[in-house]
Design a protein around this ligand. Structure first.
Ligand code: GMT
Length: 372
């Protein structure tokens, strides 16, 4: 198949999923055309069957803001015509679905539009009154729609009053890359005295409640010598750093910023903390589980579909810092329980979310839509 993929190229879940999907489809013989305003972060080397097309934003004094939706639609039309694309698969509804549907209309319906809903496009941004009717239209008018969790499908149907099929295709992980195996050198650098290591990876947006990670760590370190590692960057990082200063724990906290070799860093840690306000899936939790890390997260959104409470980690109410800390301490104090959780986390990632299980689901979905 010839597939166009539209996504945000930045360091974020939907962009990662879209890029890894495209890379995997390319190795399976499909021709993949990424259409984005910049090269996706994870598209960092030459790969056969993969092409990149930049969406150029035209500036004109009359326009106070660049007109991205139209520029993207025009680029899709051009790439689809010239390369005879069968499908345009957009990740994150806003505004990608709108652009793709406009392009399809101009192309006289010669292309199928598939929209994958990722999370905040539905649960946060899409709820802004200025976006809601357009998001709803994008979902209704796409040829096929997928959601990354059952939670996200149900929420989409009820919130936007949707009357169409939405297929759940969960996020996936490359279990060959994200696999257990201690990175002793890195571990020694982070925790030279053999301390335990807690880790959090995110884009540091408000929904991630990054300050809760710091608060949980502050309780844990009083009982068990430990270190905290943050990977990623975003608007809440400054406040998290300030909190560490106020609590006088900076010596035990590392802010690594955005990192490419995430799997290596995860492998050198012991538990993953994800105290989000809302999370439609929690790709970072899955990547941690694949490396054998138990996950302590909030019982929200699609997280219970990924993390099994009492088996691969623990789930708590939003903001229950004490409970999260006590779960971390429990796992650190009980070696057997820790090993059991770690093994089950890895097992769950391999059994249900491996790339080689999930990518074929997208291929089957494409075929179904093309044959409709
Ligand atoms: O808001 C974010 O965290 C970024 C967002 C994205 O689209 O890049 O992440 C969402 O999509 C990810 C990939 O499907 C999911 O794993 C995340 O759970 C989801 N984020 C939220 O729902 C907050």
């Amino acid at each position: 198949m010839k597939i166009g993929i539209v996504c945000y190229p930045t360091y974020g879940g939907s962009g990662v999923v879209a890029t890894e999907l495209g890379k995997s489809l390319a190795t399976r013989g499909h021709e993949i055309h990424f259409i984005c305003y910049a090269v996706p972060t994870k598209l960092n080397k030459f790969l056969d069957n993969i092409y990149f097309h930049e969406v150029e934003l035209y500036q004109y004094p009359l326009f106070e803001f660049p007109i991205y939706t139209d520029a993207l639609a025009s680029r899709i039309i051009d790439v689809a015509r010239f390369n005879k694309l069968d499908i345009i698969h957009v990740h994150y509804a806003i505004p990608h679905a709108t652009s793709a549907i406009l392009a399809r209309t101009i192309l006289n319906n010669k292309i199928k539009v598939i929209t994958t809903l990722h999370g905040t496009d539905i649960t946060l941004v899409g709820l802004e009154p200025s976006f809601t009717p357009v998001v709803r239209f994008g979902i209704e008018a796409s040829d096929g729609v997928t959601a990354v969790s059952r939670y996200l499908r149900e929420t989409t149907i009820s919130t936007y009053n949707i009357n169409r099929e939405i297929e759940v295709i969960p996020n996936f992980v490359d279990t060959e890359i994200f696999k257990p195996g201690e990175n002793l050198e890195l571990r020694k650098k982070i925790a030279p005295k053999g301390e335990k290591i807690l880790i959090h990876v995110s884009n540091f947006r408000k929904v991630k409640r990054v300050q809760d990670v710091v608060k949980v760590f502050e309780i844990v370190r009083k009982k068990i010598p430990s270190k905290l590692v943050f990977v990623g960057d975003g608007p809440e990082r400054g406040d998290a750093e300030n909190l560490c200063r106020q609590l006088n724990i900076c010596d035990d906290v590392l802010f690594l910023g955005k990192q490419d070799a995430l799997h290596e860093i995860l492998c050198s840690a012991d538990v993953f903390i994800l105290p989000s306000q809302i999370e439609s899936f929690g790709l970072s939790a899955l990547e941690a589980m694949s490396c054998g890390l138990p996950v302590i997260a909030t019982n929200v959104g699609g997280l219970p579909e990924v993390v099994l409470h009492g088996e691969t980690g623990y789930l708590t109410e939003i903001g229950n810092i004490e409970r999260m800390a006590s779960y971390v301490i429990e796992l650190f104090e009980d070696k057997n329980k820790y090993r059991e959780f770690s093994e089950k986390a890895r097992e769950r990632a391999e059994k249900f979310f491996d790339k080689d299980l999930i990518v074929p689901k997208y291929e089957m979905f494409y075929e179904k839509i093309l044959n409709q």
